[in-house]
Each structure stands twice: as C-alpha cells, then as structure tokens.
Design a protein around this ligand. Sequence first.
Ligand code: FPP
Length: 233
Amino acid sequence: MENIKHLGIIMDGNRRWAEKASLQRFKGHDIGAEVFVNTCDWCIKEKIEYLTVYAFSTENWKRTKEEIVHIFKLLEKFFTEKIDLCIERGIKIKVIGERDNLAKKDILIIENAEKQTEICKNLKVQIALSYGGRNEIIRAVKKIAGDVLSTKILIKNIDEDIFEQYLDTAGIPDVDLVIRTGGAENRRLSNFLPWQTVYSELYFSEILWPDFSKDEFDKALTYYHSVPHKAGK
Ligand code: FPP
C-alpha cells in the first residue's frame, strides 16, 4: 500500500467550535493551534513526509482587525516558543504565501524559524500564511516572465516541471490527500494549492478543527487507502 507523501489540511471550524462551547470566538483558534501541533506528531508516526496547512488565506485579511491580530499573535507564539520542540521532533518549517503582506517583525520571526529547522528531516511542514493559490500562480508567472526577459529561460522550454519550480512549493511533491474539517457544507478547496491538488483525493470531515482527533485523522487515511486514487494519474 503506497504511503501518503504529502497531506494538505484546511483547518476549518474554529469559531463555530468556540461558539458551540460558549467560549470567546477566537478561543477556537487557540485550541486549533494546539491540534495542529498534535497533527504533526500523527504525521510523523505515519511517515508522512510533507504536511501543508492553511493557516491564513488571502481572503482572511477581510476579517476584523481584532481577529487578525489574535491569529498572528498565535502564529508568532508558535514560531518562537515551539521551535525547540520542532527541532527535537525533526520538523522542518516553511511558510508559503505572499510574504510581502506580513509585518516586518513577523517576516523576521518566520525566517528565523525556517533557518533553525532547515536541517530537520522527519516532517516538512508548510504553513500557508497570507496564502491564496491564484496569488501564488500570479507571483510564479511574474518570476518566470522576469527570467524570460533576462533570457535566463526560453519561452519554448517552459513546461509543467519548470513552472512548478517557480511556485512556493517548488520541489515538493503534489498533495496526495486534502482533509477539510468543519462540515460537509464546505466541499471546496477555497484557493488552497490549486496547482498541487489536481490529482488529490479529498476528505471532508464533519468535525470542527479544534475537535480533530487521532481517530478522525486515521479515518481520513483509511478513506485514502480505500479509493483507487492512482487511476487518474
Ligand atoms: C478557519 O476556521 C481557521 C482559520 C482562518 C485560522 C486557522 C489558524 C489556526 C488553527 C492557528 C494555526 C496555528 C499554527 C501554528 C499553524 P474559521 O475561523 O473559518 O472557523 P469558522 O468556519 O467556524 O468560522
């Protein structure tokens, strides 16, 4: 049975979880961040090589200032306080997305986290932050156009393999399975890795992200192994 190399997760349902639990809405993100850390461990146990999570989309910039500040404080906490834990567990951190939109201090924190975990090999985690798939493709087109203008590359040589090298996920294999939590009414990818998911299997979970458990993780993996997913490749 072929193992999952690259798992993508859309961590949806944090605020609804908090509302259901009669907690302040943003508390859902706090628990969600803890569940993300647990999920990294489950991936390592399953020998999954790459995990990409959708932490903050280009669309999420439309949320209230208060919520954006809260989410970024959480991320800053992760990139500073959890780095030793990442190194200990062999977790390599990479942030993908439109970095220019981030605060200078966050860019520095991220660069430091990436540098410190550079040599980690157990699990490569991509955190999609200020990320949108269309935005990623447009940035790739601009980079490739620049290389055409400077004659670093010839138009006739551009193919899928070359184009892939200009994406934020350059060198990372396509996504095998996408898990989206937060209810079956959201059966969509919402601008998450459009180039990288064309052949992915999709698992939509009723569970709200803060309730995502090892049991549900296992169910998603069982689903992946139960479908003839290699047929279309
Ligand atoms: C979607 O749920 C979740 C987010 C927009 C934020 C996700 C961020 C985290 C879980 C923190 C990540 C932390 C690290 C360290 C990666 P929602 O807010 O859309 O919830 P709703 O669907 O109930 O409104």
